[in-house]
Design a binder for this molecule. Structure first.
Ligand code: AMP
Ligand code: ZN
Length: 116
């Protein structure tokens, strides 16, 4: 996937609008356009990485950072205490539709398990 055509890289560049929830040097978080819960946020690295299948040892601190942002963003919005779910879909069987690594942060309702 080329960064110039990647949907989330175009969101990062501002070419495609998004509703920002959080931003820092390494990451950006914005509302999912098709929310599956009252709060549905996508947390993405600013660096383009296709998927979890493409991370290397050098990405370990970035991955840790993205994961730590989940409770931080949930707390910022106010649903950390009631609980939330984090999901990273990978590849075809995983249901990944956008090839730029992203972490779904879902909250605001009781979520069922297992996923479909
Ligand atoms: P996945 O299916 O795990 O690859 O997740 C991709 C997510 O991106 C889906 O939940 C989509 O609803 C979301 N999405 C697609 N286009 C946009 C957009 N322009 N702004 C915000 N979220 C989007
Ligand atoms: Zn990208």
């Amino acid at each position: 996937m080329s960064e110039s055509t990647c949907l989330f890289c175009r969101i990062l560049s501002g070419e495609i609008p998004s509703t920002k929830v959080y931003e820092d040097r390494l990451a950006y978080a914005f509302n999912d356009i098709d929310p599956q819960a009252p709060n549905h946020i996508l947390i993405i690295p600013k660096e383009h990485i296709d998927s979890l299948n493409d991370v290397s040892q050098g990405d370990e601190s970035l991955l840790g950072h993205l994961l730590r942002l989940a409770p931080k963003v949930a707390n910022q919005i106010g649903f950390a205490e009631s609980g939330f779910r984090t999901v990273i879909n990978t590849g075809g069987d995983g249901g990944q539709s956008v090839e730029h690594l992203h972490l779904h942060l879902l909250g605001g309702r009781s979520l069922t398990w297992p996923p479909g």
